[in-house]
Design a protein around this ligand. Structure first.
Ligand SMILES: *Cc1c(COP(=O)(O)O)cnc(C)c1O
Length: 378
């Protein structure tokens, strides 16, 4: 139909249709469209139908994450917790999961408050002690949940050893790899079946986008389950958030490497300070898990550390408030350094020592960061 024959309302819609000509962008454009052209025979040229099912920006991110983790397929969700919930939903009523005694607090609460009501039982173990893992296995056990380094105690689990135990017992292993990121640690290459990330942290990297990604090794049944949970449950990452996260991913390697170097130097400094009771950082030779991390981490030991402060809870809070370059806020993995009194964040049910501060080391100059601590500890 000729444009001159169309009314204003119709033209307003027709004239904003996408470019028909050749456009060859270098950077992936944002695709907000929720729906896609369908051919007369019902097929779809692009493979895209509706954006709950898939979206180009989400697909770019999912494919990139699968590649970086050495996995078969990625699934992006609206938050790290939505991704973790999706993994837990692949289990069924009557089954059993083994989780670390210091699992990320929201993960523990999700299992305890929500999945337990649906008949998923769980056992908490100190996963650094392999015999505790073996003893917790029963005939209903279908998954082992693993976090290494753990939050906020930076405990190290031997991923190879746990995946071996799991394989011998036909159990899947899911690893929350948010803290180390695939720059530092690749659990799938060590035998894990599933890796989850809160991309809110290092992938996004700028504290401005919430998201989560699940990457799986080749496993048809698991893939089908996750595909259904993502598509039918609908807790997907939006196009804009996928775009921001994919943009963050492009600099992930450089950021994590530099932040880990900063964290290492800060850990060494704090380890020598008489006002600090203990530094929890796996890069320190004195750390209990140091020999294991030397085998399972590369490009540094991550950019997260915790310290306990001499003089108790009040002293710890006082010091965190004196720091000027470490913003007092929860979360981690952004370019800016953050500090938090973890017990206040976790609430009364928390097992975290009350004099513990958790630090996310950013990209500031390390001499400035150390000087800031020097002054705060004086
Ligand atoms: C932040 C975090 C989560 C939760 O992710 P959200 O994006 O906040 O939902 C899960 N695991 C770890 C280790 C985290 O740090």
């Amino acid at each position: 139909m000729k444009d001159s024959k169309l009314s204003f309302e119709t033209l307003a819609l027709k004239s904003t249709e996408p470019f028909a000509g050749e456009v060859s962008p270098v950077s992936t454009p944002l695709y907000f469209s929720t729906t896609y052209h369908r051919n007369k025979d019902g097929s779809y040229d692009s493979g895209f139908v509706y954006s709950r099912t898939s979206n180009p920006n989400r697909l770019v991110l999912e494919k990139a994450c699968a590649k970086l983790e050495g996995g078969h397929r990625g699934f992006a969700f609206a938050s790290g917790m939505a991704g973790i919930e999706a993994v837990l939903k692949t289990l069924q009523t009557g089954e059993h999961i083994i989780i670390p005694d210091d699992a990320y607090f929201a993960v523990f609460k999700l299992i305890k408050e929500v999945f337990n009501r649906w008949g998923l039982s769980y056992t908490q173990v100190d996963m650094t002690e392999l015999e505790q893992v073996e003893n917790a296995i029963n005939e209903k056990t279908k998954m082992i949940w693993l976090e290494s380094p753990s939050n906020p105690m930076l405990k190290i689990t031997d991923i190879n050893a746990v995946t071996k135990i799991a394989r011998d017992n036909n159990i899947l292993v899911a690893v929350d790899n948010t803290w180390p990121t695939p720059v530092v640690q690749n659990p799938i290459k060590m035998g894990a079946d599933i890796v989850v990330h809160s991309t809110t942290k290092y992938f996004g990297g700028h504290s401005d986008v919430l998201g989560g990604v699940v990457v799986i090794n080749k496993n048809d049944k698991l893939e089908k389950h996750l595909e259904d949970i993502q598509n039918l449950g609908g807790g997907v990452l939006s196009p804009f958030d996928s775009w921001l996260t994919a943009r963050g991913l492009q600099t992930l390697f450089l950021r994590v490497k530099a932040q880990s170097e900063n964290a290492f130097k800060l850990a060494e400094f704090l380890n020598e300070n008489s006002n600090i009771e203990k530094v929890f950082y796996p890069g320190l030779p004195s750390h209990k898990g140091h020999e294991v991390v030397k085998k399972q981490m590369h490009n540094g030991f991550g950019a997260m550390l915790s310290v306990t402060v001499k003089g108790g809870e009040q002293k710890a809070i006082e010091i965190s408030n004196k720091l000027q370059l470490f913003t007092t806020a929860t979360s981690l993995g952004g370019v800016e350094s953050l500090i938090e009194h973890r017990k206040s964040v976790e609430g009364p049910e928390s097992n975290t020592p009350d004099n513990l501060l958790r630090i996310s080391v950013g990209l500031e100059n390390i001499d400035d960061l150390i000087f800031d601590w020097q002054k705060a500890l004086e």
